[in-house]
Design a protein around this ligand. Structure first.
Ligand code: LLP
Length: 385
């Protein structure tokens, strides 16, 4: 809950903007690291969730590695303090220039997703006179019970190497002298709230590890990806996700030698809760059906999730105190999908009221666009207010 004083200070900034609670970020990151440490697990921040420099510098300073999906992400991770030896580089389509850049930096591992990609990385590594450390991303065909757009480990998805192709891939690896297959990688989807799904992932990881070992590979590292979900409905109930329960599932389910490094790529669960999108009510009106509509100065250009996934974010009227009414909250963009909420009860909205759209720290600012030539949203940090 923001104090009245802080709410007044928010008025000094041009809306819409992202407000980050740095204290909550600290608590979240520390909790994740503490719980992972119980089992010696290694955490990499999936920076696609939020690439703000200050947030990244803070997470790097806590000793996490980074999970990157483009050459520019690798560059920013290094600029913000992540050590190249702690960087994993995933991504279903890597360009040659990006691969060359990452090879030159000496990153920890490339997570490779196809036969073609392995051949290209091998050839580029040969040209540079280096050996690339590679983890094979396996598509384990698991239903993570989440939105279909953020499901990645089903056979029909474009991600990973399908078990049907594995024998083929393994057969050609002998010819690729400039890659070292040191790891296996999995990532089955995002916003996963059913922990049983991760138990199923563990069974597939164990089976894959056994198979590769029997084939003669020396797998030193296994990366189980990210995906832990957060509470979008009542964020204040669980400001810090239950990392203890999450890691316990892996501690129980994974059956790997103690010498094998176990890695995670957490994005949303580290940064979603610490961010909110602050916006101003511009106008109110009544629709043809008689519903109250409030138009706010944020839109799908600052927070795409509701328009893209029909996701719901809790919204608070920070300044209004009148009786509650039900509203449709719409953004400014000329798209009918640019709606943040329908039938949402809030203290009566008036022009100039400030709204907070919660749990927006992950995949919020990072997915902002300049559609309609909107400015990209600024970041404001709680400890600077
Ligand atoms: N590792 C890989 C290979 C990934 O593709 C992702 C997310 C992560 C790790 C991190 O997953 P997380 O811990 O954040 O769930 N824009 C969507 C989410 C897309 C996730 C993409 N991959 C959303 O707003 O819900």
């Amino acid at each position: 809950m923001l104090s009245r004083e802080v709410k007044e200070r928010l008025r000094e900034y041009e809306t819409p903007f992202y407000l980050y609670d740095m204290e909550l970020l600290r608590r979240t990151v520390e909790c994740a690291l503490r719980e992972a440490d119980r089992y010696g697990y290694r955490l990499h921040y999936a920076m696609k969730a939020n690439n703000d420099r200050r947030i990244m510098e803070f997470i790097a300073s806590c000793g996490m590695g980074a999970d990157c999906v483009s050459g520019n992400e690798v560059r920013r991770a290094i600029e913000t303090g992540f050590a190249p030896k702690d960087i994993v580089y995933a991504g279903v389509g890597k360009k040659d220039s990006e691969i060359i850049y990452a090879l030159r930096q000496g990153i920890f591992a490339f997570n490779c997703e196809s036969k073609n990609e392995l051949v290209v990385i091998d050839a580029l590594a040969r040209e540079l006179g280096v050996v690339a450390d590679v983890a094979l991303r396996i598509n384990p065909d698991i239903d993570p019970h989440t939105h279909s757009y953020i499901t990645t480990g089903l056979s029909e998805n474009k991600f990973g190497i399908s078990p049907r192709e594995i024998t083929d891939v393994v057969g050609m690896l002998g010819d690729l002298r400039n890659i070292d297959i040191m790891g296996l990688h999995f990532h089955i989807g995002s916003q996963i709230t059913d922990l049983g799904v991760f138990a199923e992932l563990c069974r597939k990881v164990n089976a894959s590890y056994r198979w590769f070992t029997e084939e003669g590979f020396r797998i030193t590292d296994v990366n189980v990806g990210g995906g832990l979900g957060v509470d979008y409905d009542v964020p204040e109930m669980h400001p810090v996700p239950d990392f203890a329960a999450y890691f316990a599932v892996f501690a129980q389910g994974l059956d790997l030698p103690a010498s094998v490094g176990v890695h995670f790529e957490l994005g949303r669960s580290l940064v979603a809760q610490c961010g909110e999108l602050i916006s101003t009510v511009l106008f109110t009106k009544v629709s043809g059906l008689g519903d109250d509509i409030a138009l706010i100065d944020a839109s799908m250009t600052e927070l795409l999730r509701p328009a893209l996934y029909h996701s719901r974010h809790a919204i608070e009227n920070l300044t209004g105190t009148g009786p509650e009414r039900a509203y449709t909250i719409g953004g400014t963009v000329c798209e009918s999908s640019d709606i943040f909420a329908r039938d949402l009860s809030l203290p009566e909205l008036r022009r100039g009221d400030l709204l907070s759209i919660k749990t927006a720290g992950a995949y919020g600012a990072a997915m902002a666009s300049r559609y309609n030539l909107h400015d990209l949203p600024q970041a404001v940090f709680s400890d600077e207010l």
